[in-house]
Design a protein around this ligand. Structure first.
Ligand code: FAD
Ligand code: NAI
Length: 468
């Protein structure tokens, strides 16, 4: 073991959890290495997740606006799709972002060890490179940040040609005539929106009788209505029973969950988006006695696994599978390793769906508050009454603030509308400081901005909303 490099911390996985952990470790003066087997850093998020999907959402939104709302504004254009260029600009941005992480690694003296990492007993990580060479790293601490992968659907085999997962749906070679999406969750609705805006007919087949489970039910209803208005079709309460792919397309069969006749949909492409599951393949968990739970998550207590000196963060542990949550985990975990106080408030992890309109929320839903028997008051403000939204012709949606009936503390905020992804952070900060709705209601907001809707909704909790 004389030549074995020794690190304070070896992180397996270079996604938002892993790379943030590695950078924070470097900042705190720990000798850190990050093992990543993909050719680039950034994990799912930068390579095949958040960033490429947002690049296509942005471009396709502009394409749709150029062919639609622009005319309302007095701008007459006839947009022509250049799909290869749309894909190229996406790839270029992704390339710049992944290179940016490499730069930050160098700046913070983090070693990127290229290859597949495997725990080989306490304090030992074996790395196998693409050409089969194996090196061993000695680690005082090991952080597992191996992320997640798409959940497969039995009977619907992803071939990345006609039946794709999210990675394939970010790279389709043409606009499908008909795209069938299985799963009305965030991936299905974001990527379904991309291809709908570019001209595809999109049908979403969902097992439950509602879309986006976990989202406040009233918001989800408004959201579904809006997507339906854009032409997205929904088959809710349906169970997919099989898919037959040919060179030309896919025949998908499904039947009502409640029982009833089976139906068939003919699709050019099928996107399977029924959730993601933790990824721990060939990780050597058994070498340190860690057993994943029955859904594949690594059990942790404040990021500590059952094995001394082995920690886990991000999508591979319980909690929302979101990049910013993985990032928070990574920073807090390293701070704990460094003997500091690391903390994440999971009630304050915001969620966003980057469609048009966008949906954003933080804290408790009305359903959760009712289930917990917590008395609350609600204030709601529609974007139709917001002057900036009105002059911009983007009046769909509302902001809803839920506050404790006795103390007025803000417990949850749910927004659907224009640019709400950029505005939810205001309530995250307010709630981190345990603000009352009145604190927000009495805080001056700039006029005319969409952010005034945030304040007006808070004013609504005590019933003194002023309509524009
Ligand atoms: P990952 O990002 O999955 O990174 C894990 C890394 O570990 C991977 O690069 C993998 O190659 C590597 N790895 C695995 N095993 C090994 C091994 N044995 N050795 C070496 N390396 C290994 N979240 C948001 O917050 N906002 C969004 O807008 C958003 N959009 C998304 C869109 C799509 C299409 C998808 C699929 C996901 C999206 N997500 C989004 C979710 C987000 O990507 C994940 O929550 C986030 O990437 C999780 O970070 P992580 O570090 O835990 O894991
Ligand atoms: P999801 O959990 O958001 O949604 C999956 C949907 O599929 C649910 O509505 C579920 O009821 C449905 N479903 C499950 N099994 C089914 C079946 N057999 N037939 C039909 N429907 C079925 O999962 P999704 O969309 O795959 O995304 C995975 C994760 O990625 C998300 O939970 C989120 O954490 C992350 N993500 C985040 C984004 C963001 O923050 N904007 C964007 C994209 C992904």
């Amino acid at each position: 073991m004389a030549d074995t490099p020794t690190y304070d911390v070896v992180i397996i996985g270079g996604g938002p959890g892993g790379y943030n952990a590695a950078i924070r470790a470097g900042q705190l003066g720990l000798k850190a290495a990050c093992v990543e087997m993909r050719g680039t850093l950034g994990g799912t998020c930068l390579n095949v997740g958040c960033m490429p999907s947002k690049a296509l959402l942005h471009a396709s939104e502009l394409f749709a606006a150029a062919g639609g709302e622009f005319a309302t504004l007095g701008i007459e254009v006839a947009p022509k799709l250049n799909l290869p260029q749309m894909m190229k600009q996406k790839a270029d941005s992704v390339g710049q972002l992944t290179k940016g992480i490499e730069f930050l690694f160098k700046k913070n003296k983090v070693d990127w060890i290229k290859g597949a990492g495997k725990i080989a007993g306490p304090g030992k990580v074996e790395v196998t490179t693409a050409d089969g060479a194996v090196t061993t790293l000695a680690a005082k601490n090991i952080v597992i940040a191996t992320g997640s992968e798409p959940t497969p659907l039995p009977g619907v085999t992803v071939d990345q040609k006609r039946i794709v997962d999210s990675t394939g749906a970010l790279e389709l070679p043409e606009v499908p005539g008909h795209l069938v999406v299985i799963g009305a969750g965030i991936i299905g609705l974001e990527l379904g929106s991309v291809w709908r805006r570019l001209g595809a007919k999109v049908t979403v087949v969902e097992f439950l009788d509602r879309i986006t489970p976990g989202m406040d039910a009233e918001t989800a209803k408004t959201f579904q209505r809006s997507l339906a208005k854009q032409g997205m079709e929904f088959r809710l309460g349906m169970k997919v029973t099989g898919a037959k792919a040919s060179k030309k397309g896919v025949d998908l069969t499904y039947e009502p969950v409640a029982g009833g006749a089976a139906e068939t949909l003919e699709a050019d492409y099928v996107l399977v988006a029924i959730g993601r599951r933790p990824f721990t393949e060939h990780l050597g968990l058994e070498s340190v006695g860690i057993a994943a739970d029955k859904r594949g998550f690594i059990p942790t207590d404040h990021f500590r696994t059952s094995a001394e000196g082995v920690w886990a963060i991000g999508d591979v542990i319980l909690g929302p599978m979101l990049a910013h949550k993985a990032e928070e985990d990574g920073v807090a975990c390293i701070e704990m390793i460094a003997g500091k106080y690391g903390h994440v408030d999971y009630n304050l992890v915001p969620s966003v769906v980057y469609t048009s309109p966008e949906v954003a929320w933080v804290g408790q839903t009305e359903e959760q508050l009712k289930e917990a028997g917590r008395a609350y008051k609600a204030g709601k403000f529609p974007f139709t009454a917001n002057s900036r939204a009105k002059i911009n012709h983007e009046t769909e949606g509302f902001v809803k603030v839920l506050a404790d009936a006795a103390t007025d503390e803000v417990l949850g905020v749910h927004m659907i509308g224009p640019s709400v992804s950029e505005m939810i952070g205001e309530y995250c900060v307010a709630m981190a400081f345990r603000a009352a709705s009145e604190d927000v209601a009495r805080t001056c907001h700039p006029h005319p901005t969409r952010s005034e809707a945030l304040r007006q909704a808070a004013m609504g909790v005590e019933g003194w909303t002023m309509q524009a």
